[in-house]
Ligand binder design. Sequence first.
Ligand code: ADP
Ligand code: MG
Length: 246
Amino acid sequence: MSAIDINIHSKTYPAIDQVGVHLAIKNLQLSIKSGEFVCLVGPSGSGKTTLLNIIAKLDKDYEGEITVGRYNAQSKIGCIFQNPRLLPWRTVRENIELVLDTSQSLAIVDELLEVMQLTDSQQVYPERLSLGMSRRVSIIRAFAIEPEVLLMDEPFVSLDAPTARQVRELLLKLWHDRPHTVLFVTHDLREAITLADRLIFLSARPMSVVSEIVVTIPRAERHNESVVEVFRQRLLNDYPEIKQLL
Ligand code: ADP
Ligand code: MG
């Protein structure tokens, strides 16, 4: 069963000069399976953020249909953006509790803080956090609402390599323990191969699908950088059209 069915005929923005329109997405069809981890890879300005905003129902100004989850209208969608967007006047824990339903147990917050190694920092204010810690808080905040679908828009950009690696591993641990359908946008092909069940390569604007590739490396071997690198080289050889999209 699909968790997300996307059929966008067109998405336009007003043109900057106010003459005509700026076509961002044209005839985009995608199906994401329930529990699948999909990475979207495409050039800057191709329309990836636009697509996530449409799926998150933050943007309803498009032609087409999107179905999310079993119940569609009520499906919970978690979003993780490039910028962690934490409230500076609230502690780490308060930033997380803010998104919970009143009926939800707080036990999940303790559990998520533990997995993300932030238990000792829960009373700290965001200004005291490193970027890697802030990213971990934003991941907890998205998981805390127990969403059916998680949308992640280049969430690990500008982290140094060891920190990005640590946050990716923690994310995979959370995802393994509580499987969600994930749509993860990235420019980094190594990151995409490490994380995804399937890679979807998207064209420059107006965005459409160029290639869909299943990552066949067993998850237990993904931490091995040379295994990921061999797979990456093979992709670039077998699918030369993706080179211009990175
Ligand atoms: P990506 O996330 O892949 O870098 P975006 O979805 O941000 O791409 O943008 C796709 C295209 O739509 C770009 O050409 C961008 O300039 C344009 N665009 C994005 N948001 C707006 C907006 N609010 N108004 C006008 N044009 C926009
Ligand atoms: Mg973007």
